[in-house]
Write a protein that binds this ligand. Structure first.
Ligand code: ADP
Length: 450
């Protein structure tokens, strides 16, 4: 059942549950009150009969006059001693229901006049009488009938009004909901930047719209990322594939020339290497983003790890006649995933070697100060202009794409390094050196886990 119907039925039910018992109570109160008035009158009449029987038994004639006790009858041993003329006229003896034995009962005459009759045994000395007094209840019945009709009419009108009111009310209450649903239906991947309307951000609908809008914002961001990622990946793959094709075609034009073929094969292998690295990095990134990268943290010496990385890459620095130095302190133990941290340090040192010209100087420093632990990799290469600093850790971001292609980078190394720093609760920063080059720093704020 729709919320609207449920609200409407609930609303009607509560109105019915309030109004019907309330009307019933009013009816019951009025009926009892009117009956009390008549009964009281009958009891007063009965008291007069009683007194007359005891004190003035000869004055029953006067009693039957208008304004006194108009409807009464007195019997002794079944024989009527006296009955007022009105009693006779109304033929009340035949109106009394034969089965009725209660002292107070209702009776209906032949011409459909309703009476309330009170009967009472009265003893005077050795004589036993039965006195009956009656009172017409047509007025009371009419009042009750009018009241009943009024209540039924009022109830019907109230219910119709409540139904109408409930309809308008639920319509008004639920219309923002409908608008939200209508708008949400129109939002797809093509227009994810659109948002749901919010009349009042403080009410429940506003809150709901806000929650949806936040979800849309996240979806939009993910879509954008995915789009950029796909574009970047296709762009990255297109270039080496074009190169491979070009080289292959070139080699085919001179199949008998061994030198050309060997050179082509060499370039093809280089491109395949580049492609493998790219695919490797992309795999790492996609595992990172899906949040399923298995972490294996152990307590390890950061100095030892950095030294290993530096020694491993020294051959590349030597090729470029660069000086590659490392400064470390006594063991600095940290909870790290050794494989990942090695990769992060390697990316930084490798970049330094790659982007620093021949004869350049690269320094790696691992230290522990009172407030922090850090690994710094600095070089005296070209540095990175400050405009690029905010984006340098984004995927596929390269300062000079042409030159980077020549050196083989796809712009993923720093993105992966930044993620590794992040999952090690460390900060990664960079700053240009005062004279030349750049310094990358991975920094743990407090040495709590040493
Ligand atoms: P790449 O695979 O292109 O090296 P990275 O993410 O490692 O990708 O680096 C992104 C860009 O940052 C590089 O293309 C380069 O322009 C710049 N960069 C990184 N390290 C250095 C450095 N030590 N000196 C100068 N530029 C650097």
């Amino acid at each position: 059942m729709s919320i609207r119907k449920r609200l409407l039925y609930g609303y009607l039910l509560s109105i019915v549950l309030i109004v019907i018992p309330f009307s019933g109570a009013i009816y019951w109160f009025v009926e009892n009150h009117l009956q009390y008035i008549v009964t009281h009158q009958l009891q007063q009449d009965m008291a007069i009969i009683d007194k007359t029987l005891h004190d003035y038994p000869t004055e029953f004639d006067e009693l039957g006059q208008p304004g006194y006790v108009e409807l009464f009858k007195v019997t002794r041993a079944g024989a009527v001693i006296y009955s007022s003329s009105d009693w006779e006229f109304e033929d009340l003896d035949h109106a009394i229901p034969p089965r009725g034995s209660a002292p107070l009962r209702r009776a209906l005459t032949g011409d459909h006049q309703a009476y309330l009759i009170l009967e009472k045994p009265i003893s005077v000395g050795a004589d036993s009488f039965i006195a009956s007094v009656a009172h017409p209840v047509a007025g009371m019945d009419n009042t009750l009938t009018v009241l009943r009709q009024g209540i039924i009419a009022g109830l019907s009108i109230a219910l119709v009004l409540a139904l109408l009111g409930g309809f308008i009310f639920t319509q008004r209450v639920l219309s923002p909901f409908q608008r939200l649903a209508n708008k949400a239906k129109t939002i797809s991947s093509a227009n994810l930047s659109e948002r749901l309307p919010m009349d009042d951000p403080a009410d429940e609908f506003g809150h709901l719209a806000q929650v949806f809008n936040d979800t849309f914002a996240r979806l939009e961001q993910s879509f954008e990322q995915l789009k950029r990622f796909t574009q970047d990946v296709s762009h990255e793959l297109r270039t080496p594939l074009t190169i491979l094709r070009g080289i292959g075609e070139q080699a085919l034009t001179a199949p008998e020339d061994n030198r050309v073929t060997r050179e082509a094969l060499g370039t093809i292998l280089e491109e395949i290497d580049r492609l493998s690295n790219l695919v490797e990095s992309l795999l790492t990134l996609s595992r990172i983003e899906s949040g399923h990268y298995p972490l294996n943290k152990t307590r390890h010496d950061l100095c030892q790890l950095s030294t290993e990385v530096v020694e491993c890459l020294r051959i590349l620095a030597d090729e470029k006649h660069q000086s590659l130095r490392i400064e470390t302190e006594p063991p600095i133990l940290l909870e790290i995933d050794v494989g990942l941290m090695r990769q992060a340090i390697m990316n930084l040192v490798y970049n330094a070697i790659q982007y620093t010209p021949v004869n350049g100087r690269i320094n790696v420093k691992v230290f522990h100060r009172s407030q922090h632990i850090a690994i710094e990799v600095s070089d005296d290469g070209p540095g990175i202009a400050t405009v690029h600093h905010s984006r340098i850790f984004e995927r596929f971001y390269r300062v000079h794409s042409d030159r980077s292609r020549a050196t083989g980078g796809a712009g993923l190394g720093l993105a992966i390094t930044a993620w590794i720093a992040k999952i090690h609760v460390a900060q990664i920063t960079l700053e240009n050196n005062p004279t030349a080059g750049v310094t990358f720093r991975i920094r743990w704020v407090a040495p709590t886990n040493q």
